[in-house]
Design a protein around this ligand. Structure first.
Ligand SMILES: *Cc1c(COP(=O)(O)O)cnc(C)c1O
Length: 430
């Protein structure tokens, strides 16, 4: 139970998932067709998205981010953190995703668009083959205003769901945990969403939201832990990343493995991306999550095999972290079980380093990302001095380390207001 002591001591470490590659006996009801369907439906809604969010016109109404090499940050990783990283280092910039400014844009927006399509078709306000920009009408807006969308959120899922839902005309109630940043609550209210705050953690907010929603027949609850549509929406990122890598002439095979590092909260967003990437690249992609030392819920759930039947509070941790998007005490059981055979391992990170990496990236590449997103650097920063990570590489990689392409998934940032950015960047960490 070495991992348990490390978790209790709030150590930074790499936990290797020894179940990787095992065939799962469980049937999760997942089918990659669901990811292709999500991509198709998002394309059908693209004319509507362009009409309402003109900033998406340059990508034809598809909400997608760029991937780019970050050579200056790589230099910092090697000089300041002694990473010894020799492969290429890329940043997948979901921090700049249109509409919601975070990784939650793909999943959250797809979930709501799919639901919208269903109720509009059912009520004969839309036909499958219509031009979907038609739904930007007063008639549809008034019809949808009879319905309420509810969601529990640490912040960014609420923003994603809230912004798209209000734009369509729905009423919106977002149940927020105590860690959620004030500016996220303010922004949601400015869109006309109702924000209810909870003293307890994220789990409490979700529980209460679900209950209130069940009491109202015209209410739809977005289930962050179990929704397949949300999961498929997140997984769309993998199809698009494959295209982007092709365009960059980045090969992914046994001689050129791909390492991907993704910040993890409840597990839905990183889990969806991981599922998609594994379907596409198989054994040649190695996926790592990163969690704060104070709320390593996915690591605890997977390593113990207890998944959502154990929380970080059960082992004496506070769950408190400045990475507000990752402040989750109990993981999604569905995602954890799917990850058992897919995920290579999980890194933990102390809050202090979130701010170091955030400042380093800003000063070296002029890219601003939020604290949660900055955790994505942890794997590469610890590449050289983490013996367990080096052992994983020795065991699983049959080529020189310089042939590994590293993708750091920057999950959020562009909606952070200027004055808050300044505070983050100037404040010495206490
Ligand atoms: C939500 C979020 C994550 C993690 O996603 P989960 O689905 O909660 O695991 C990571 N980074 C940011 C910025 C987020 O908002």
């Amino acid at each position: 139970m070495e991992y348990l002591n490390k978790l209790k001591n709030k150590e930074e470490f790499f936990w290797e998932n020894l179940k990787l590659g095992n065939k799962s006996e469980e049937d999760f009801g997942l089918n990659f067709e669901g990811v292709y369907e999500a991509e198709e439906i998002l394309k059908k809604f693209a004319p509507f998205i362009m009409k309402k969010f003109p900033e998406t016109i340059k990508r034809d109404g598809i909400i997608e981010s760029k991937i780019s090499e970050i050579p200056n940050m790589k230099k910092i990783l090697n000089e300041k953190y002694q990473s010894n990283v020799s492969g290429k280092v890329f940043l997948k910039q979901d921090n700049e995703l249109a509409v919601a400014g975070s990784v939650k844009a793909r999943g959250g927006i797809y979930e709501i668009l799919k639901y919208t399509k269903e109720i509009l078709v059912e009520n004969k306000l839309l036909e499958e083959n219509d031009d979907y920009s038609l739904i930007a009408s007063r008639e549809v807006n008034e019809f949808l205003s009879k319905y309420t969308i509810q969601v529990g959120s640490t912040g960014n899922l609420g923003l994603s769901i809230g912004i798209i839902s209000r734009t369509l005309g729905f009423k919106v109630v977002v149940h927020m945990s105590r860690d959620a940043a004030q500016w996220k609550k303010d922004l949601l209210r400015s869109y006309g969403a109702e924000v209810i705050e909870y003293e307890g953690d994220y789990g409490k907010a979700v529980e209460r939201g679900r209950k209130l929603s069940e009491e109202n027949t015209y209410s739809y609850f977005v289930d962050d832990e179990n929704s397949k549509n949300l999961f498929y929406g997140y997984a769309v990122a993998a199809i698009r990343l494959k295209k982007q890598l092709d365009e960059l002439n980045i090969i992914v095979d046994e001689k050129n493995p791909l390492f991907v590092y993704i910040p993890c909260g409840v597990g839905g967003a990183p889990g969806g991306i991981a599922y998609g990437l594994k379907e596409i690249f198989g054994e040649d992609v190695h996926i790592f999550f990163v969690e704060p030392t104070n709320s390593p819920c996915m690591l605890l759930g997977m390593a113990s095999g207890k998944h959502r039947d154990i929380s970080v509070f059960d082992i004496g941790l506070t769950g408190l972290t400045l990475a507000d998007g990752l402040a989750v005490g109990r993981p999604s059981g569905f995602v954890g079980r799917v990850m058992d055979s897919i995920l290579s391992g999980i890194f933990t990170i102390e809050d202090k380093y979130l701010f170091d990496y955030m400042k380093d990236l800003y000063s070296s590449e002029n890219i601003f990302i939020e604290p949660s997103a900055a955790s994505c650097f942890q794997g590469v920063a610890r590449l050289y001095d983490d013996i367990d990570f080096q052992n994983y590489i020795k065991k699983n990689i049959k080529t020189e380390q310089k042939n590994i392409n590293h993708i750091l998934w920057s999950t959020g940032g562009s909606l952070v207001p200027m004055e808050i950015r300044k505070k983050y960047l100037e404040k010495p960490f206490k």
